[in-house]
Design a binder for this molecule. Structure first.
Ligand SMILES: Cc1cc2nc3c(=O)[nH]c(=O)nc-3n(C[C@H](O)[C@H](O)[C@H](O)COP(=O)(O)OP(=O)(O)OC[C@H]3O[C@@H](n4cnc5c(N)ncnc54)[C@H](O)[C@@H]3O)c2cc1C
Ligand SMILES: *[C@@H]1O[C@H](CO)[C@@H](O)[C@H](O)[C@H]1NC(C)=O
Length: 486
């Protein structure tokens, strides 16, 4: 048994089979059908399996039934039926999560939100837009194409924007534009009893507010455990006048990370600064047919006016050179730039391609910037000592990096070594005043670490909030917080 007392990501379910299955009876099914139509209710095995897992190594936990509501009224009506019959509710965006968040660990009803895919209120002059939960980040940017505006938060996958709000996602642009936390202005949420709340007041979208508790922030990162997000109002940005990207190679990890820290300390408003270690750049070279030197590397991007770009680039170049970095290799035209960032976004698949047949598990600790060189250097030593494949790719400008652990799921001894490694890494981050998860969330695998991170009083406050909003523990039960089962 892996992991001893702490729940292992990949271990068997903590519940006995008799506790599973929640008995979605015929009465409930016909109530569902009368709400969202025959088409909107699926019991098919393939559909249930598809909705019982995300892109993580957590095993599939299919729900008893999947419903496909078309509007908030249907979501609310369906939730009321679930509430009456005490059925678990699991929201499903696009299933690209990395922490097992959509698994129906207690059975129940998966709410797939993909049929709600309208972009609702675009206010270009105010730089905001409201979208339904089926809209993905790429779909929104395609919709905005001719407006001169864009939404910058960019996880590697084409995730749903409400799913991104639910996990407090970020990506390569966060160092300049912030994460979902900074970019969600309002949410419409269906609570466990079917009631509908607008976290900043219905239709409101001021740039700032001091109006009471920040309910919006409470639901950002709640991973479906407090309610179903049915609309999100997002901040938009003007597409910068000019953008250039560059690649720079370094003699050591320390030199690359020191350059990142110094560039930020110098006040360069860098848009993207991504670190790839030698193993990762090698994997990307192979997967994306590139030919960068196999050494610690930074991918950088600068946004601004032509004039401000010159200044930013000059400072960054001076800093990288003083740390022994190579000359920048430029990607000025859109095609080369896109190729570069596509390679970065494909890092997950590039890592998987290192060992065909294996699965990937991504760590995502985040530490204060000044601690970053030390934690990456120690982590690389740990990987080598323990004979593990874990290319490192990091949003280093935020102090956040991923070890993409490529592991043979059929080799328990190796799985065990990976598990112990990820725990050591998380504890190393906690000891450096950081967090066990910078952007992927807690899901199933980090519940014990969350307790260490928050401490008993913090966890108790989280529990009380959960009990207040969802007294019957119906919303995505078993995620984030561990509950003693009666
Ligand atoms: C190749 C790859 C690269 C990735 N890179 C990044 C990255 O750089 N940064 C990053 O942050 N993440 C990254 N991710 C993880 C993933 O894309 C994000 O976690 C994303 O926010 C998940 O969105 P989703 O719609 O797919 O959510 P899902 O996987 O469907 O769900 C995730 C969780 O949110 C809940 N949820 C989903 N929709 C709603 C809703 N409408 N209301 C309430 N709860 C909801 C679910 O119940 C679940 O707990 C990556 C994933 C992959 C596969
Ligand atoms: C409240 O939280 C949201 C989402 O995290 C954030 O965008 C907003 O700025 C916060 N508001 C205040 C006043 O802090």
């Amino acid at each position: 048994q892996m992991g001893g007392a702490s729940p292992c990501c990949w271990g068997p379910s903590p519940l006995s089979p008799s506790q599973q299955g929640s008995g979605v009876g015929d009465g409930v099914l016909s109530a569902f059908r009368s709400i969202c139509g025959e088409e909107g209710v699926s019991l098919g095995e393939a559909v249930r399996e598809q909705h019982g897992k995300d892109e993580s190594v957590h095993r599939c936990r299919p729900p008893d039934v999947v419903v496909f509501p078309r509007c908030v009224e249907e979501v609310s009506a369906l939730a009321k039926v679930c509430h009456k019959h005490r059925l678990p509710i699991i929201p499903f965006g696009t299933g690209t999560g990395l922490e097992g968040g959509v698994g129906a660990v207690k059975g129940g009803v998966c709410f797939s939100l993909r049929n709600m895919e309208q972009v609702l209120d675009l206010h270009p002059e105010d730089f905001d837009v409201t979208v339904e939960p089926g809209v993905t980040r790429k779909a929104l940017n395609a919709y905005l194409r001719d407006t001169g505006l864009w939404f910058p938060v960019d996880p590697g996958a084409d995730a749903s924007l409400c799913g991104m709000a639910a996990t407090s996602a970020s990506g390569t642009n966060a160092v300049r534009y912030g994460t979902m936390r900074e970019n969600v202005m309002n949410l419409e949420v269906v609570l466990a009893d079917g009631s509908i709340v607008h976290t900043a007041g219905k239709g409101r979208r001021p740039r700032k507010t001091s109006a009471g508790y920040n309910l919006t922030n409470l639901f950002v990162g709640s991973e479906g455990t407090l309610g179903i997000i049915t609309k999100t109002t997002l901040r938009l940005y003007g597409i910068p006048e000019a953008m250039v990207s560059a690649v720079c190679s370094f003699p050591s990890v320390q030199a690359a990370v020191d350059s990142t820290v110094q560039t930020l300390q110098a006040g360069v408003p860098i848009a993207r600064i991504e670190f790839l270690d030698d193993v990762m750049i090698d994997a990307c070279n192979r997967f994306s047919s590139l030919s960068y030197p196999v050494t610690p590397t930074l991918f950088l991007e600068f946004h601004g006016s032509e004039q401000s770009l010159q200044e930013q680039v000059k400072t960054a170049e001076d800093i990288t050179q003083s740390n022994g970095g190579s000359d920048f290799q430029w990607a000025r035209d859109t095609e080369t730039r896109n190729r570069l960032w596509k390679a970065r976004h494909d890092a997950w698949y590039a890592a998987l391609a290192l060992r065909p047949g294996c699965k990937a598990y991504s760590t995502d600790v985040c530490v204060p910037l000044s601690r970053l060189p030390q934690i990456i250097v120690e982590t690389k030593e740990d990987l080598i000592e323990n004979r593990l494949t874990g290319p490192i790719a990091g949003h280093v400008g935020d102090g956040n990096f991923h070890c993409l652990m490529v592991v043979d799921p059929n080799n328990p001894e190796e799985m065990h070594r990976v598990h112990l490694f990820t725990e050591r890494l998380a504890r190393r981050a906690l000891a450096m005043d950081g967090t066990c998860t910078g952007e992927h969330g807690v899901g199933l695998g980090k519940r014990a670490l969350l307790c260490e991170e928050m401490g008993p009083v913090g966890i108790q406050v989280m529990r009380s909030l959960k009990d207040t909003l969802d007294p019957n523990n119906l919303m995505n039960p078993g995620k984030i917080l561990q509950r003693e089962e009666p």
